[in-house]
Each structure stands twice: as C-alpha cells, then as structure tokens.
Design a protein around this ligand. Sequence first.
Ligand SMILES: C[S@@+](CC[C@H](N)C(=O)[O-])C[C@H]1O[C@@H](n2cnc3c(N)ncnc32)[C@H](O)[C@@H]1O
Length: 285
Amino acid sequence: MSGILSPAAGAAINEVDDRSFRRLADRVYADCGIVLSDGKRNLVTSRLARRLRDLGLEDFDAYCRFIEAPDGAEERRQMISLLTTNVTKFFREAHHFTSLEQQVLPPLAERARAGGRVRIWSAGCSSGQEPYSIAATLRKVMPDAAKHDVRILGTDIDPEMIRLGRAAVYPDAAEAPIPPEMRRLMFGPAQPSDKVWRIVPDLKALVTLTELNLMQDWPMRGRFDVIFCRNVVIYFDAPTQARLWTRFAEVLAPGGFLFVGHSERVSGPAASQFGPAGVTQYRRL
Ligand SMILES: C[S@@+](CC[C@H](N)C(=O)[O-])C[C@H]1O[C@@H](n2cnc3c(N)ncnc32)[C@H](O)[C@@H]1O
C-alpha cells in the first residue's frame, strides 16, 4: 500500500504533528502508564512510521482516528508493543542473582521441601531472559525444584515478547556473559552445531509466561515470595510508580523480597512497608 502514497503523504508519516503526538501520548499513558514526554517525539515517529505505511494511512491524524475507533483495541495493543522498550539480558544486574542464590532462595527451598508453596513473579519480563535466569538460579539451589510446589511467573504487556519467551530460543545467547554453570543449567551440556540456544524443557517447565498489563487487574491468586520488577517503572510517572509499589506490597508475603532496577526506588506510601535488603533490593515488613 505504501506504493500508492504521494510524496506529501510520505513526509507526513515522517513527522508526528503536535496534536497527534499529544493524542497518542495520552492514549499510551491511559492504557499502560508509559509517559511519552516531548523528547520522545522522534522515537514515536520512527517506531510508528512503518506501521502507518503498512496500514496505508496518510498521516498520524489518520492513525489517531484509527486507534480511537470502537474497534481500535487490537491496533492499540500493536502500538504499545511498538513503543515499549524491551531491552533485557540474562543475569542482568548480577548482584540480584547472587543474593537470590545465597540469601533468598535457600529458606524458600526448605519451605517447599517441607510441603509449602513458593511463588516468584518477574513483572515486565520482556522476552523471558529474566524469569529463565531466576529459574536457573533456583535449579542451582534446588535441583529437585520440579518435584515441589515452586513456580515462576513471567508477565509482560507486549504479546510479541511473551511469544518469544515461550519459544525460549535465544540466538544471541552464545555471546551473552552467562556464568558457565548457569549456561549448562539453562541450555544443557552441549549445543548442536546449528547454534540454536534453546532453554531445556525441565527449566522451562518451572516458568509460566503470560500477557499482563500492570495497569489493569491482576488475576493471580495467593501471595508472592519474591517479585522482580526491574527497569519497568522508569517509564512511568511518580503517581503511577507509587500506586504500583502499593499493589506490589499487597501481593508480596510478609518477609518477601522485591528487586527493582538500578535506577529505581520504592517511593510513596508503600515505602514504609518495605525495608532495605541490599542494593535495589527490598524486604516486605
Ligand atoms: C526494559 S524491559 C525490562 C525487562 C526486564 N525486567 C529486565 O530488567 O531486563 C521493560 C518491559 O516492561 C514492559 N512493560 C512496560 N509497560 C508495562 C505495563 N504497563 N505492564 C506490563 N509490562 C509493561 C515492556 O513491554 C518491556 O518488556
């Protein structure tokens, strides 16, 4: 369809006008809490221009009308998928995994072996590297984890990231700085020559990945013992962050751990419900 666009229409696609930018930013904020400040105009244009072209739309005003139409919900999901930043890696912020291994998981493993239930949530898990890094650490501490009631939940607003995480194939894992023991736990003892790095089935079985918008209702039952929500709230404004911390405090068991990103801090009323437990690591009081 792009072939039928006039040069003028092409130019319109390459720049978002003020009014359309505001409408898109308001919509994104309302749907998923992400704040698109004026400085994000180029990002919005570059990430959406191709989508407009594929849809045969002549400018951003037409795109706004398209997503705001009664049947625009699916396109709004697509738009959010295009606008989210999904950067992630295995064992990102390695000190969290050291703490998980040495401090957090051993008592939880004991509880699980005594018949208890253990739940870990990676909220904003992108394409799965975070929950699979947690799973490998769990397998190291508790090789028999699969025999007990221990589960890791990974959720993300972006359906494409959930699809990739479920596929659990990571072509760039070869270059990733993954500790050798963890590499073996995640991908098995040897790799086939075609360099397909696929998460081994027994590790994958510990992890459930599902689409969830943190701004909406959380359907999960029961409390979590550990929550990872890292490098997600940086895209939200202060009131949205504060509401989210309060909700995490509600679903985290007393004594449970919360891990946040390196530039993130628990703020607002929920701050009094958490104590420090390490670098960007909190414990529910
Ligand atoms: C930068 S990645 C961080 C991934 C991982 N936690 C890490 O630290 O490596 C941020 C993720 O948050 C997700 N996200 C953004 N807004 C969200 C929302 N409202 N609900 C759920 N996930 C959201 C994005 O889709 C993206 O995959």
